[in-house]
Design a protein around this ligand. Structure first.
Ligand SMILES: Cc1cc2nc3c(=O)[nH]c(=O)nc-3n(C[C@H](O)[C@H](O)[C@H](O)COP(=O)(O)OP(=O)(O)OC[C@H]3O[C@@H](n4cnc5c(N)ncnc54)[C@H](O)[C@@H]3O)c2cc1C
Length: 431
């Protein structure tokens, strides 16, 4: 199949499931045909999974939807940096499942999926229960490659050097460490290489920790040791740091001493190619991969992420199983909560169509990421995506970025929009 296929040919390919082959990634045909039984099991009640569960019920209340999620309370990563900055409480980023259960009649099970049998179409839960499905949606988020950095481990993260890249106890630990920091102390933040969850996340974190330090421990400093050469919204962040926190944040790229070789958690030291850095607080965010159950279910390729058909998010490895959110490879879309929710809705619509015996339609996908640099200083990036023979690509001119010359009113408005974005998406998914 050549690269230059027409739009019409490509649509045909998508609907027959052959688009993956056209893209050189292999694909299963989408299995259309009215289904007698309509049971969907969703693994994970985060941004992707909870959106898919709710929208399946909204689209067709006769579909039986079981959502399996071990946490009774889901703390959102979005706005967890605001907690570190003292601008929100953990309570304010806590989401629960009562509305999905009671209003939308999603069967929410507080359990963990330990294995998937793609042949029998069942999942086994930690409790021993086995649940059957006609379609499975897997949205487990990320797992960490702890072993990629010598001296780092899950245990070190849980006790001494939190990554705080899953909101909850990790956020609380990092917050406590910041509260115990002496004035004049040094905070080291180590962002990972791409791809990883929330590309602007570490830099929003540096900004809001700087806000907290400026208010409470103004002699303190932040050093960012980055595994990359550049980062998301870099020029906007750098400008914001110079304006709000002059001299407080230093960023080093991978090639200028940012790359971490190993850590010594007892001495609170990290070694880079350029020498040793000692920190009072060390927030090491390790490299990432798809959540464990995606590996156990055989959904992951050599990249560490799950390849999917971009029309329906059905796995290109296991038919009948859809993978959404951070765990999947979604072309130009970043690993964000907004993207995961957008994919959850697209997948719900695709499955509802498949159950009706119709073929899924090529989706339009969107993403917006707000970042707060200070309480009244926000920035954002937005994009709209379409499917082409190259997969999911960003439509030129359809998105936008906060202008570099935005005035104070615009920046303050962006901060207001960020608050609105959180309230809206939380309400849309769990409310
Ligand atoms: C600091 C930070 C700030 C961020 N800010 C933003 C932001 O402003 N905007 C934005 O759009 N995104 C943001 N993100 C990114 C966003 O949090 C993720 O992209 C999003 O949560 C991905 O959704 P998901 O459904 O893939 O995974 P999650 O939301 O992480 O949900 C996965 C769920 O699956 C459950 N699970 C895992 N394995 C199993 C299993 N075996 N059985 C049952 N359940 C299981 C987990 O308990 C978890 O609840 C931020 C991330 C971070 C770290």
């Amino acid at each position: 199949m050549g690269q230059n296929i027409s739009r019409r040919d490509f649509s045909k390919l998508l609907f027959t499931g052959a688009a993956g082959s056209a893209l050189g990634i292999g694909a299963f045909p989408l299995r259309a045909g009215a289904a007698a039984s309509k049971r969907v099991v969703v693994v994970g009640g985060g941004f992707g999974g909870a959106s898919a569960a709710k929208y399946l019920k909204k689209l067709d209340p006769s579909i039986s939807v079981t959502l399996i999620e071990p946490k009774a309370v889901f703390y959102t990563c979005p706005f967890s940096n605001w907690v570190l900055g003292g601008l929100k409480t953990m309570q304010e980023i806590a989401q629960k499942y009562a509305v999905l259960k009671n209003r939308y009649k999603v069967d929410v099970l507080a359990d963990t999926v330990v294995s998937v049998d793609g042949v029998k179409s069942t999942v086994r839960l930690k409790s021993g229960k086995v649940v059957g499905y006609d379609r499975l949606i897997v949205s487990p988020g990320i797992d960490f490659n702890f072993e990629a950095i010598e001296g780092y481990s899950r245990k070190v993260a849980e006790s001494v050097m939190p990554h705080a890249y899953e909101a909850g106890p990790q956020t609380v630990l990092l917050q406590k460490q910041l509260h115990s920091l002496k004035d004049g102390g040094k905070v080291i933040i180590c962002p990972p290489a791409n791809p990883f969850r929330c590309p602007p996340g570490p830099y929003e974190r540096a900004s809001l920790i700087a806000h907290y330090l400026k208010e409470n421990k103004p002699k303190s400093r932040i050093l960012i040791l980055d595994a990359k050469e550049k980062f998301s919204k870099q020029a906007l962040f750098t400008k914001g740091w110079e304006r709000l926190y002059p001299g407080m944040i230093e960023w080093r790229s991978a090639s200028t001493g940012g790359r971490i070789l190993n850590v010594d958690s007892s001495a609170m030291r990290v070694t880079t190619e350029f020498g040793i850095e000692k920190g009072d607080v060390i927030n090491l965010i390790p490299p990432q991969k798809a959540g464990k159950i995606a590996f156990d279910a055989g959904l992951v390729d050599s990249s560490g992420w799950c390849p999917v058909n971009p029309v329906s998010f059905e796995s290109l490895i296991q038919p009948g199983i859809h993978v959404i959110g951070d765990a999947c490879t979604a072309g130009a879309m970043p690993k964000s909560g907004f993207a995961a929710s957008s994919q959850g809705k697209v997948t719900a619509a695709a499955i509802a169509r498949l159950f009706r015996g119709e073929v899924p339609v090529a989706p339009s996908l969107v993403n917006t990421c707000y970042s707060l640099i200070g309480p009244g200083y926000g920035i954002s990036v937005a994009a709209v995506y379409k499917l082409t023979a190259d997969g999911i690509v960003s439509i030129k001119g359809a998105g936008g970025l906060t202008p570099m010359d935005a005035d104070d009113d615009q920046l303050s408005e962006e901060a207001t929009f960020a608050r609105g974005w959180y309230n809206n998406i939380a309400q849309d998914i769990w409310g």
